[in-house]
Write a protein that binds this ligand. Structure first.
Ligand code: PMP
Ligand code: GLU
Length: 400
């Protein structure tokens, strides 16, 4: 028996954060690094949101608040769900946490018992499986093939569900693939879920607003109201509102679940920053036009990156509908040797050698539960992206 909790041995540090941290350290040492690792927009938080935070501080809104959010923010969140998703929630059905990550964490920790299974379409964001493992549950990956645009097929979902399934986690637009679903594609999945009334749905709508080429967003309960009583619809301000550092996320669902999540939060972090909460009220109620302006830039960057990666020898990169990630396959390069003599046996070797030899930081596919692929976040300047893609092309071209 060691000093540390056994549960900690079941998990890994977040790989996305680890790579982003390593890139920052190398930069601090003076190395020329282009980091395409962290999933965060390079755009600054809009001024009206910052001003609301400054106002809140001036007005002394600097004290403890209700654990899972001030009434004004819960009302703004309920209004957002009504306005954008046609969903009706009372404020007692809304929970606010320190980032979307805490909302997910609370929901899983408040509900998982040993042996409970959680179906997670793979590739998936790094933290789902580890939070499930920390909570004593069992992640069950449902593979999404590149041939299907990385979208979960109804038959694959059906096969993954067992009597032990407690949750199904859905995330679209998806981190790491950018895949998004049409209304019909969501319906095909909710039809499966309607046949399994014991399965709860945790939908991570973090990238709701980051959709391109006229694609429309559909959240599961909007498509299938029959799932309302067993769905937690989670969202946050980190991505579309460029507020990663402010730490604010939220969820809406059945009141007993929200109450249980609040109980847990009351014994861990208490309320999210009071100042951030007032900024969030402004973010949700204020002007939204900047999102469209950012999306125009993101779509151009996506097109650039997809085109340049597909010109790199051995890479195959589908063009995703949303988020700010692409997930190219590096299968064609496995087994080759780099210019510096490193043998590329898997996607982790690929990204490690790419960082070492060309100074481009990406995250290996194994971290997202599907190899051999890697993730690029294109939420960085167009010039940096172009230079990074040139380096990737050179790196791939030099592999023998
Ligand atoms: N869900 C997904 C799919 C994400 O990519 C992230 C990462 N930012 C989160 C949740 C957590 O977001 P937050 O920064 O608000 O905790
Ligand atoms: N979610 C972002 C990413 O995937 C930020 C880091 C994290 O929390 O995982 O890069």
């Amino acid at each position: 028996m060691g000093f540390f909790a056994d549960s900690l041995n079941r998990i890994q540090p977040s790989a996305t954060i680890a790579v982003a941290t390593k890139a920052r350290q190398l930069q601090a040492q003076g190395r020329d690094i282009i980091s395409l690792s962290a999933g965060e927009p390079d755009f600054d938080t809009p001024v009206n949101i910052k001003e609301a935070a400054i106002r809140a501080m001036r007005e002394g809104k600097t004290k403890y608040t209700d654990v899972d959010g001030i009434p004004e923010l819960k009302a703004a969140i309920a209004a957002k769900f009504k306005r954008e998703n046609g969903l009706a929630y009372e404020t007692s059905q809304v929970s606010v946490g320190t980032g979307g990550k805490q909302v997910l964490y609370n929901a899983l920790m408040a509900t998982l018992n040993p042996g409970d299974e959680v179906v997670i379409p793979a590739p998936c964001w790094v933290s789902y499986a580890d939070i499930v493992l920390l909570g004593g549950g069992k992640p069950v990956f449902a593979p999404c093939r590149i041939e299907d645009g990385y979208k979960l097929q109804p038959a694959t979902l059906e096969k993954a569900i067992t009597p032990q399934t407690k949750w199904f986690i859905f995330n679209a637009p998806c981190n790491p693939t950018g895949a998004a679903y049409s209304k019909g594609e969501v319906k095909a999945l909710t039809d499966v879920l309607m046949r399994h009334s014991h399965v709860w749905v945790l939908t991570d709508d973090m990238y709701e607003h980051l959709l391109y080429d006229g694609h429309t967003f559909w959240t599961p309960v909007q498509v299938e109201p029959g799932l309302y009583e067993r769905t937690l619809t989670m969202n946050g301000l980190s991505k579309a509102y460029c507020m990663t550092g402010w730490r604010l996320g939220y969820g809406a669902g059945p009141a007993p679940l929200i109450k249980a999540m609040c109980k847990l939060q009351s014994q861990s972090t208490s309320n999210p920053s009071s100042i951030t909460q007032w900024a969030a009220v402004e973010a949700l109620n204020g002007p939204q036009q900047f999102i469209e302006q950012h999306n125009k830039v993101f779509a151009q960057r996506r097109d650039l990156v997809v085109s340049m990666l597909n010109q790199a020898r051995g890479l195959k990169c589908p063009k995703p509908e949303g988020a700010f990630y692409v997930y190219p396959s590096c299968e064609g390069l496995i087994g080759k040797t780099s210019a510096k003599g490193v043998r590329i046996a898997n996607d982790e070797d690929f990204v490690t050698a790419l960082l070492d030899e060309e100074g481009v930081a990406c995250v290996h596919g194994a971290a997202f539960a599907m190899s051999p692929f890697f993730r690029i976040s294109y939420a960085t300047s167009t010039d940096a992206l172009e230079e990074a893609c040139n380096r990737i092309q050179r790196f791939c071209g030099n592999l023998r």
